[in-house]
Ligand binder design. Structure first.
Ligand code: HEM
Length: 397
């Protein structure tokens, strides 16, 4: 059996992470990351990392930081994404059943209109902060629409989302009380929405979800509130950063951008696929090994932290021809895009994210084909959900 100690190391905060991963891939199928995490580098390992020999992190990271009560802890202990086995299945099924692709496709015209309402007023207005003015607002407005909430009367909504999203990474302990306060307000608000649908069901997603969660799966009230909150959070940060990066990438590749402007409808799926492959917003998928797991001749023991490095897997030369080239015309994209994960926890918001990204980028191509980046390509952080540092654009007709 191969020795884990001989694996190449990926140091914390390395300047060119992709180069470092490329060098590692040349010598081994796995690498050692910071804090003893084992990184799986090859696309073929994705299913193994998320399979039966590992488990999803539950409240592990919070407990390591001494957080064992309070609203952040409640969120982690009741969210589907941080649960395993039967508990995960029970929490996921009613969402999967009601937050369906059909619902999202029927929303496509509303999402396109929402994108246009945000983008059109910025055309011809000089340098604009696209991240703030469009990418942050679109996912929130869309999810608010799905839940039947008017965000206009809710000035705190964006603030709650920003604060609560911090809890999904390594947040500053000094921020704990602020984040907890936002979670509490958020829980109270979502609780009110659920109560209103219970009392008077409407023909909408939330009413369907409340019924399915209560009648089909005996999901508790706290669990129900958490799944709704999780949908709001999971869809905000990811889509915001993915939209900025995907649009910036296509704008930075002139001939491909012009091809997109000539045929926005035909190419919008390709633009989303390639943007998410070239610069994924989720750095990787973390798991804890529960049974001896053999990957390419290395045995990971129970208790080992393993990360399916999406950053590395989506540049795997065994799968992608010229993986370091951004090419929206590539024909080697796997049927299930790895950016959305795999296995039992595969993203439930893929359809929604795709429609938002496709419609927003097609709208820019249609209304502002002479657009350009003002400060060059954004840089992405190395946090779990990678954040763009800026996305300033000039939107020109
Ligand atoms: C570009 C945008 C997005 C990306 C790249 C993305 C990526 C991911 C990934 C990689 C996972 C798997 C996590 C794991 O296995 O540990 C995941 C799970 C999830 N995502 Fe997304 N996501 C996006 C947008 C959304 C949206 C818009 C929503 C909903 C509004 C959403 C809801 C969820 C939920 C509920 C889960 C947990 C599923 C489970 O645990 O069973 N995501 N996402």
């Amino acid at each position: 059996m191969a020795n884990l100690q001989s694996l190449p190391e990926i140091p914390l905060g390395v300047a060119d992470l992709q180069q470092c991963l490329r060098d590692a891939r040349r010598v081994a199928p796995l690498a050692r990351g910071p804090l003893g995490v084992i990184l799986a580098l090859r696309q073929r390992q994705l299913e193994q990392v998320v399979g039966d020999y590992t488990r999803q992190l539950e409240t592990d990271l919070l407990q390591m930081r001494g957080i064992t009560t309070g609203p952040i802890f409640d969120f982690y202990r009741t969210a589907m994404v941080f649960s395993n086995g039967e508990e995960h299945r029970r929490r996921r099924t009613p969402v999967a059943r009601t937050f369906a692709i059909k619902l999202i496709e029927t929303m496509r015209p509303r999402i396109a209109a929402c994108a246009e309402a945000l983008i059109a007023p910025l055309v011809g207005k000089g340098a604009v902060d696209f991240r703030q003015e469009v990418a942050a607002k679109l996912p929130t407005s869309v999810v608010a629409d799905i839940l039947g909430i008017s965000t206009e009367g809710l000035p705190d909504f964006h603030g709650w989302i920003n604060d609560a999203s911090e809890s999904l990474g390594f947040f500053d302990p000094a921020r704990q009380s602020v984040i907890e306060a936002s979670f509490s307000s958020f829980y109270q608000f979502v609780g009110g929405l659920i109560e209103s649908r219970r009392a008077a069901p409407l023909d909408d997603f939330l009413s369907d979800y409340v019924r399915a969660a209560t009648e089909d799966e005996a999901v508790s009230d706290l669990e129900m509130k958490t799944q709704i909150l999780a949908l709001i959070l999971a869809g905000s940060d990811t889509t915001r950063n993915a939209l900025c990066m995907s649009l910036a990438l296509i704008l930075a590749h002139g001939p491909q951008w012009r091809a997109f402007c000539d045929d926005p409808t035909g190419l919008k799926k390709n633009i989303v696929d390639e943007g998410l492959r070239f610069e994924p917003v989720a750095l990787g998928i973390p798991r804890i090994v529960v049974q001896d797991l053999e990957i390419d001749g290395y045995v990971l023991k129970p208790g080992t932290f393993v990360l399916a490095s999406l950053l590395s897997m989506m540049r795997d030369p065994d799968v992608f021809r010229e993986p370091d080239t951004y090419d929206v015309f590539r024909t080697d994209m796997p049927r299930w895009h790895p950016a959305f994960g795999a296995g039992a926890h595969r993203c439930l918001g893929e359809a929604l994210a795709r429609v938002e990204l496709e419609e927003a980028m097609a709208c820019v191509a249609r209304l502002a084909p002479h657009s350009a980046l003002v400060h060059g390509l954004p840089r992405l952080s190395t946090s779990g959900v990678r954040q763009v540092d800026q996305c300033v654009l000039r939107l020109e007709a």
